[in-house]
Design a protein around this ligand. Sequence first.
Ligand code: SAM
Ligand code: SF4
Ligand code: FES
Length: 347
Amino acid sequence: SAGRDIQALIRKVEVTHALAKDDVVALLRDTHYVEDFFAAADRVRRKYVGDDVHLRGLIEFSNICKQNCLYCGLRRDNHKLKRYRLKPETIVEFAEKAQSYGYRTVVLQSGEDEWFDVETMTYLIKKIKEMDLAVTLSVGEKPREVYQKYREAGADRYLLRIETTDKDLYEKLDPGMSWDNRVRCLIDLKELGFELGTGCLVGIPGQTVESLADDILFFKKLDADMIGVGPFIPNPDTPLAAEKGGTFEQSTKVMAMTRLLLPDSNIPATTAMESLNPQGRVLALQRGANVVMPNVTEGEYRQLYQLYPGKICINDTPAHCRFCITGKILGIGRRISETQGFRVKQA
Ligand code: SAM
Ligand code: SF4
Ligand code: FES
């Protein structure tokens, strides 16, 4: 019967970490064995990456963006948003605070803001590397030469979600951008020796389950080191205001499938997941995730980095978030990692 097929597929992927696209689709569509599916992802997480949770301190250093992605609150045509750009000294100060909270990685994220040229970015990377922190960048598409300079300055990791592997859909939602260039970026980053992070949005208008299966198989083919999956949450100040958005359940299914197929990768319990479900990150940590990215941006800037409505922690301080997330992680019997949390590849 179909039920036996689903259970057999769960057993198979838990052991082989490989599946055909049709089988990925069947598991994403299934509604009867979802708890068994999540339990398998949790076992694989535990077996390959253990009970440690890696914390990455996130600094949202500019909400200025030259791109116009239809889903994102930072898009250039959103004139309702008050824009900010942190001074390099402030970014360094936030990184020092991140270190004082015990975080071993700082993630520098922003819109595509050309004010941060190669000199400024390499200055920041070098400064933060001197603090014995791992540096992750998430600043969008750049020429290979620019990525190379970042790498030479000491940046360790790069996050660039493919968003969707459906090229036509991508180019509709990210007007003026090219899907092929995004893939070029990912390949360049990998060749330059960054730990490579990618990922997708779940529930964007026009996306199918087949396309989500393609996304997961794309992560596997790329052999991404980190994969961030999150629900699309419609923003009222964007052209996608009236769309439905993704669900918590479906995003965690895509995440769990990713864990089953890339067992030793680093997978965050994403902020957007918790924005849809008050227990979202803890549940995600029990469905395959092993990373959390607490916000270390201070003051009014947090409110202004408004990708979507309902974003968590916008009125909290970095110190409070540190305390809060520690309690949640220890509360489910997991540990806070004391390492920089690079991917440990298993044969
Ligand atoms: N500008 C860089 C880029 O696009 O790669 C980094 C910053 S961008 C704000 C980070 C991620 O936010 C994007 O990759 C996208 O998946 C996510 N995002 C944007 N708008 C969103 C929304 N409405 N709901 C959920 N996630 C969203
Ligand atoms: Fe800019 Fe990134 Fe938002 Fe697109 S997703 S508008 S590139 S900040
Ligand atoms: Fe920010 Fe809980 S992590 S308030």
